[in-house]
Design a protein. Structure first.
Lengths: 307, 514
């Protein structure tokens, strides 16, 4: 294998893993606060189409990214109002949000199919990434670096800060948190909004960085993998990073095998691998059961009413 | 009323003519009391006597309609719990506000009003734990702790705020006798340092052991104030209930009937991580007797109950015999049909489904012996009649058979559950902690029902941590310790010291098991 090939594979790996990492990190925070939002795929598509449309109209990918965040948050707020304020079933509401996101992105994106924009540019000047190996480190756009920074920041926030402690407390026992005097619903709104923002960015990674061209259903089910990834990570940001790159590697391998025209093995099998891995991890977690409980936030998916 | 004996020191807290109404109920009416600095003051009353409303007013959760609160001699208003904490009032609720998956120190931090630096908080908590000699590891996760240890977290949360008045709401209802002793030692030390304590309870012997003075509430009014160290328990109970206390009436000489339940060499591994292994448990319960099983929580009581109920099958059919029939390999439903009824300790979620109506909860266990669901179809009429009957016979205070189990108070739900099982006329009734968290009146009624059931020829097995209860109820008593059961002894021949020693694990020479 030449070093050029290696660099190319690594670049593809990072590109495949970054949107997964962004979207699942946002969902991790929402789930830590006790909210199960299955609408990640829908929020990603909203972010992807909004980012593309705005970047196409304004000619600026930067403004496109901001639009993607806003669209992701807006989509998540539909969910929040229904599931948190009106106490609709979170699973059903999340699924509906995904279906909504698929439809809305098709509708808005109908006029943009096949159009192209200038893709998100690498952060560092080109001279730094002339050498192939340096390119692996310096040759990426802002979202790649942001995703790593956010893993560290979220980990620090949840473990080390008082607001992070309160957020976990709300997900662990909403009734107790309410009794002590914390605003459970408001905290969950904030967590869901953060999840929406990162899902929007994850979606925009597809339309603004990966393939600077609009196509229907651009995210191709990555939102579901992001959801599986949160469970796989046992709600720990560090393991989430590992998992995102593991799942990213599997997807990269699938693409490479397809491109190489391998016939003795159906690359589609690899597309199943992330889900199988998640089931395997869940099984191991419940078999191990050293602590007598899974690591999921205890109030995950349960509606809360203050009265 | 307590006359302040030392006129120059104003009372720490004085309530004057407090009244509070809710739609349809007068929760408090013209309540006055005062608590001196460093005094442990008992607030005594049955469930629904207005104790909780009164302390909620003091802690700022609710506002009084009428009356004044004075703090150290000057009138104050307490609009919120935060304001109460600012004055120096701390409260430990009956239901803890804790987070299972988090560490002790994180739980303590969450209970504080302001952010405190992690290292500084660790220091302050360590100081408190040391000066009150409270055993508690700040780095442990809460779900690994016992109830007593969890309560200590709440106490430390309060002590961090340096309270002048500590309110304890039914603090011992879930504690083992040893944990109660330790709690009392802590409370005495807190009081000796000048902090007043308002101690809410309906357990009279505890109030006698701990408190300096007592205010007795009934129906929202103060019916008496007394010195609990001087007053008899019986008199206080009667003041609290407002009627002559029923004395438990035992039936004729028990223990001579036929063996109804026989357990022989029952061994079962406990469920990890916290289960206790049952090791060769053997006993028999005869028609007409009540067999008591004493022991400190976590010594295999839960495992024994699930083994008897059929939730866990014994390895050997012959290990459990009901009226001579081997049932060790029968499931829970089959055992019920044969007449072995079990009432577990946990009411909501184990003995009853919280979100089901009382009528539906009746079907769940009674269908095996009563025609509530013939051929698999529920007979609504029979189900409602059965539930109504239980509600009437056992004096369950509820809105009717459609009320959700979770809407009932602990005592009322327990009365319903006991009524449901007794109403099926079981051959053997096994019941764990029958009066846990139940007020005195209801507890007396439940105990009488158990005695009556035995008198009718059933065998009753009572698993309890409450020694007084067992001494009152049981004909024979054995002790479970680390999954092993001692040989039963007639209660008449036992002193309380001897039982205490047995519970602590010092088996007598003759109590070889199996």
């Amino acid at each position: 294998m030449t070093s050029a090939m290696l660099v190319s594979i690594l670049m593809t790996l990072i590109a495949a893993s970054t949107p997964l990492l962004l979207a699942s990190l946002g969902e991790l925070v929402a789930e830590k606060s006790g909210v199960l939002n299955l609408g990640v795929e829908g929020m990603m598509l909203c972010g992807a189409v909004a980012g593309f449309a705005v970047a196409f109209s304004t000619g600026s990918t930067g403004i496109g990214l901001i639009a993607a965040i806003i669209a992701g948050v807006a989509a998540s707020m539909i969910f929040a109002v229904l599931a948190l304020s009106l106490m609709a079933n979170q699973v059903a509401t999340g699924l509906a949000l995904t279906i909504f996101g698929i439809g809305a992105s098709s509708l808005i994106g109908a006029g943009f199919v096949g159009r192209t924009i200038t893709r998100l540019q690498p952060v560092f000047p080109a001279m730094l990434s002339e050498h192939p190996l340096l390119r692996v480190i310096f040759g990426h756009d802002i979202l790649v670096y942001l995703s790593f920074a956010l893993v560290a920041a979220v980990g620090w926030f949840l473990r080390r800060t008082r607001p992070g402690l309160i957020l976990r407390a709300v997900g662990e026992n909403d009734a107790s948190a309410h009794a002590i005097g914390y605003p459970v619903i408001a905290i969950r709104y904030a967590a869901v909004a953060f999840g929406g923002a990162l899902a929007g960015l994850g979606g925009a990674y597809f339309s603004l960085a990966l393939t600077p061209m609009w196509a229907d259903r651009l995210t191709a089910g990555r939102g579901w993998i992001a959801l599986a990834l949160v469970v796989f990570s046992a709600w720990k940001p560090g393991r989430l990073l590992l998992g995102a790159y593991l799942f990213g590697a599997v997807m990269t391998l699938e693409l490479q095998l397809k491109a190489a025209g391998v016939t003795w093995f159906a690359p589609e099998v690899l597309a199943m691998a992330p889900y199988l891995a998640t089931i395997a991890v869940l099984t191991m977690m419940s078999l191990g059961r050293k602590t007598g409980r899974l690591d999921a936030p205890a109030c995950l998916g349960k509606p809360f009413s203050a009265s | 009323m307590n006359q302040p004996r030392e006129q120059e020191v104003p009372p720490r807290l004085a309530l004057a003519h407090i009244s509070k109404s809710f739609p349809g109920v007068k929760a408090n009416e013209d309540v006055s009391l005062s608590v001196r600095p460093g005094e442990i003051h008992a607030l005594l009353g049955e469930n629904g006597a207005g104790k909780s409303t009164l302390v909620k007013i003091i802690y700022g959760v609710q506002q009084a309609d009428e009356g004044t609160i004075s703090w150290n001699g000057s009138p104050v208003s307490i609009p919120s719990p935060k304001a109460a904490r600012k004055l120096g009032i701390g409260m430990v609720f009956q239901h803890f506000s804790l987070f299972d998956a988090m560490t002790v120190i994180e739980n303590i931090a969450l209970g504080l009003d302001e952010a405190v630096d992690r290292e500084e908080l660790k220091q302050r908590v360590a100081t408190i734990l040391q000066s009150y000699s409270l055993p508690l590891d700040p780095e442990r996760e809460v779900h690994t702790l016992s109830v007593g240890e969890r309560q200590r977290i709440e106490i430390v949360r309060c002590l961090l705020q340096k309270p002048k008045l500590l309110i304890m709401d039914e603090p011992t209802s879930v504690l083992t006798p040893q944990e109660v002793e330790r709690l009392f030692a802590t409370l005495r030390q807190i009081a000796a340092e000048g902090c007043s304590i308002l101690y809410i309870s309906h357990k009279l012997h505890e109030i006698k052991a701990l408190c300096d003075s007592a205010t007795i509430l009934r129906g929202g009014r103060v019916v008496a104030s007394c010195d609990p160290k001087v007053e008899t328990t019986r008199r206080m109970a009667e003041l609290m209930i407002g009627a002559e206390l029923r004395k438990i009436e035992h039936g004729k000489a028990a223990g001579s009937g036929a063996v109804r339940l026989e357990v022989k060499g029952l061994s079962l591994p406990g469920e990890p991580p916290f289960g206790t292994d049952l090791e060769s448990v053997s006993f028999e319960a005869r028609a007409g007797e009540i067999l008591g099983i004493a022991g400190v929580a976590g010594n295999g009581q839960a495992e024994l109950l699930t083994a008897l109920s059929g939730e866990q099958l014994a390895g050997d059919a012959l290990a459990i015999k009901l009226d001579g029939e081997a049932i060790g390999l029968e499931g829970a439903g089959a055992r019920r049909a044969l007449g072995l009824a079990c009432v577990p300790e946990e009411r909501n979620g184990h003995a009853a489904v919280p979100d089901f109506s009382l009528a539906d909860n009746g079907v769940l266990t009674a269908r095996h012996r009563l025609p509530l669901a013939p051929h698999g179809f529920i007979s609504r009429g029979n189900v409602k009649r059965f539930a109504d009957n239980v509600i009437k016979l056992f004096d369950v205070r509820t809105t009717g058979n459609a009320a959700l189990a979770s809407s009932l108070s602990g005592g009322n739900l327990q009365k319903f559950i006991m009524g449901r099982e007794i109403g099926q006329q079981p051959a053997v009734l096994v019941v764990s902690q029958p009066t846990w968290g139940v007020d005195a009146g209801a507890a007396a009624a439940i105990r009488q029902e158990l005695v009556d059931l035995a008198a009718k020829g059933s065998a009753v097995v009572v698993i309890s941590q409450d020694l007084d209860e067992l001494l009152e109820l049981a004909d024979r008593l054995c002790v479970i310790n680390e999954g092993r059961l001692s040989a039963p002894r007639p209660v008449a021949s036992l002193g309380i010291d001897e039982i205490g020693l047995m519970m602590g694990g010092v088996h007598g020479a003759e109590t070889a098991h199996a």
